[in-house]
Design a protein around this ligand. Structure first.
Ligand code: ADP
Ligand code: MG
Length: 251
């Protein structure tokens, strides 16, 4: 059995008296596409936030590829190899799509120009431009690359969010509702892009409500209910899992 890529042990988080996550335990293996499910308010976005360094865990352990990342800041977690997208993507409105993608590059212009002078900064910029060009093509955004990001549809902003996350070459990509509110044509593009990334070796954790998407894409599902994990099963086992049914019907 290979060691897990991501492992959470006894993770908990409260906001005031609100116990948002309680004793959360799971592992994600390399190559999986795991759907993270649960009713609204069950703690899915909070879980993504904690793993990616947006907020501190109260207790427990988060390990990525054997490294304890539970106390690292967000930028160190990106460097460790985890990328993410947000439920509601926000980006500078006036920057072009290409500029937004390039700004997400982790090759550090400031440091490079200190070491190598302006030639180093130019090399870093050229490398970021080349990488953004490839990713914008892969996520079907080449035709809008010179438009301001404010001109994109909601679905295109989700695609650009994926491009930005990929600029740092993550090994694990965590997506928060990548197809919510997205036109069906674009939804198909997102599905195909994610499946292609997975074939190239990327491990994916996806918060998603759309059952068609989950059946089509996910190799396993983890279900949260009021901050606790109540099921880990195959997509086609969800409907017959009493804990899952209970979570969605409420008690
Ligand atoms: P989901 O993504 O599953 O819909 P969230 O993780 O967004 O759920 O929210 C889970 C619970 O945590 C909700 O009760 C929400 O109000 C609360 N919560 C999330 N973030 C914060 C925060 N920054 N401060 C206070 N409460 C929060
Ligand atoms: Mg959410």
């Amino acid at each position: 059995m290979p060691s897990p890529l991501l492992e959470l042990g006894h993770v908990s988080k409260s906001f005031g008296g609100n116990h948002v996550l309680q004793d959360v335990n799971f592992t994600i293996a390399k190559g999986e596409i795991v759907g993270l499910l649960g009713p609204n308010g069950s703690g899915k976005s909070t879980l993504l936030n904690l793993v990616t360094g947006f907020g501190a865990i109260d207790g427990g352990r988060v390990t990525f590829d054997g490294q304890n990342i539970g106390t690292l800041p967000a930028h160190r977690i990106v460097s460790a190899g985890i990328g993410r997208t947000f439920q509601l993507p926000s980006m500078p409105r006036k920057m072009s799509v290409m500029e937004v993608a390039m700004a997400a590059s982790t090759s550090h212009h400031g440091v490079l120009s200190t070491i190598f002078g302006s030639a180093g900064a130019r090399r870093a910029e050229a490398a970021a431009h080349a990488k953004a060009t490839v990713l914008l093509e892969q996520l079907l955004l080449t035709h809008v690359r010179d438009l301001p990001s404010s001109a994109l549809s909601g679905g295109q902003k989700k695609l650009l969010g994926i491009v930005c996350a990929l600029m740092s070459d993550p090994r694990l990509l965590m997506l928060d509702e990548p197809t919510a509110g997205v036109h069906p044509n674009l939804r198909r593009d997102i599905v195909q892009s994610l499946q292609k990334l997975n074939r190239q070796g990327m491990t994916l954790v996806i918060v998603e409500h759309d059952m068609h998407f989950i059946r089509e894409v996910c190799t396993r599902c983890i279900v949260l209910d009021r901050g606790r994990i109540v099921a880990s099963c195959q997509p086609d086992e969800l409907a017959s899992n009493e804990h899952v049914v209970q979570a969605y019907l409420g008690s």
